[in-house]
Design a protein around this ligand. Structure first.
Ligand SMILES: *Cc1c(COP(=O)(O)O)cnc(C)c1O
Length: 354
């Protein structure tokens, strides 16, 4: 670091700027200035601190490296019209990380420490938060890993919790543009495995099916229920929803191997309370897609990506259109993103100001 840069970081009066083309951000790593790091040892978490170092030095026997003892989260900070910054339902991410920790025998991080870590990372990197109106946002990636000297299969002696952030554009380029997907015969999780926990192992299992789908020019793979392979579960790393032909009902799959998406449960609530739709969590049989007029993939990164069509075996099923989002999908998108960027009134507790 040069003397000039050091002065800039120490003098709070100096407003930092970065050279980023906000309108053309993708979803890729950009090193930002500060990240949060806390350490668990002797039965408790330390208070954590910010660091400029983006490398982690851990034991070669760390359980995170050998036995997949790790979990992560994803949430975003949004710049509002008035310049303030919103976090969207960070308490839900904290609660889900606690669920993932319990499933993998890792010590939970409290909701307070989780949200405080996110706040510190956003504040320390404020100049990286995309301006209002560019469509960009600041993606926060909390993660918790087993570390410390170890060899056998057991829970780690020590743990790290960290949060870093990256400015991002839409995950699938083009925003609300429909994408086509293809079902895979592989599973990302077992029927009573770790599908409902946000853990790296599920993602390792998804790399090859995702790669095969992309080689065939589809946006990603659709996972079916691992027990019978007859019902839709997930769309890549996003949840699935559909709107019935008569336009009255929002339907989303229910299964213990689906990762409970906070975006999905937010859309379910908005569909019922703001759009006046009926909402159903139930089976979506892959051979009965004719009953739906629209379909979408949803998640923090994907926001809502309309599903144009689904290839299943020899059959290609088109929903609303391969080029235009359906009308209800668009209304859900406008409502959700309006709330996130502070333009639409949020349900109680959904927005936490940084
Ligand atoms: C994170 C994730 C989602 C989306 O969850 P959100 O809380 O909406 O971001 C969906 N499916 C999988 C497999 C995930 O890991």
């Amino acid at each position: 670091m040069t003397t000039q840069e050091r002065q800039a970081t120490q003098d709070p009066q100096v407003k930092k700027t970065v050279d980023i083309d906000w309108a053309n951000l993708g979803f890729s790593y950009i090193r930002t200035d500060q990240r949060y790091l806390a350490h668990w040892r002797d039965g408790h978490w330390d208070e954590g601190h910010l660091t400029e170092d983006n490398q982690i030095h851990i034991a070669e026997g760390a359980t995170a490296l050998h036995y997949g003892q790790q979990c992560f989260e994803g949430l975003k900070a949004y710049r509002c019209k008035d310049g303030s910054i919103n976090l969207f339902r960070p308490d839900r991410n904290a609660a889900r990380m606690q669920d993932s920790c319990r499933r993998l025998l890792m010590p939970e991080i409290s909701t307070e420490q989780f949200i405080e870590a996110c706040r510190q990372v956003v504040r320390a990197n404020e100049h990286f938060i995309p301006p209002y109106g560019t469509g960009g946002s600041f993606y926060l990636r909390p993660f918790l890993i087993g570390v410390g000297d170890n060899l056998g299969v057991r829970t780690a002696p020590e743990f790290l919790f960290s949060v870093f952030g990256v400015p991002v554009g839409p995950y699938f380029k083009g925003g609300l543009t429909p994408m086509n997907f293809i079902t895979t015969s592989f599973d990302r999780a077992a029927p009573h495995g770790t599908g409902a926990a946000k853990v790296g192992g599920n993602y390792a299992a998804s790399l090859m099916p995702g790669h095969e789908a992309k080689e065939r020019k589809f946006a990603d793979a659709i996972y079916l229920d691992p027990a019978t392979h007859t019902k839709i579960e997930e769309v890549g790393a996003a949840n699935f929803f559909a709107i019935t032909r008569d336009g009255t009902t929002f339907v989303t799959p229910k299964s213990p191997s689906i990762l409970p998406s906070i975006t999905k449960y937010s859309l379910l609530w908005l569909a019922e309370h703001r759009l006046g739709l009926k909402v159903v969590e139930g089976d979506v049989r892959v051979d009965e897609l004719d009953q739906f007029a629209e379909a979408g993939a949803c998640g923090t990164a994907a926001v809502i990506t309309p599903v144009g069509g689904i290839q299943h075996g020899e059959h290609f099923h088109v929903f609303h259109s391969e080029t235009e989002p359906g009308p209800i999908t668009r209304r859900l998108y406008d409502e959700l993103t309006g709330i996130q960027f502070g333009d639409v009134e949020a349900p109680e507790g959904w927005i936490v100001k940084v």
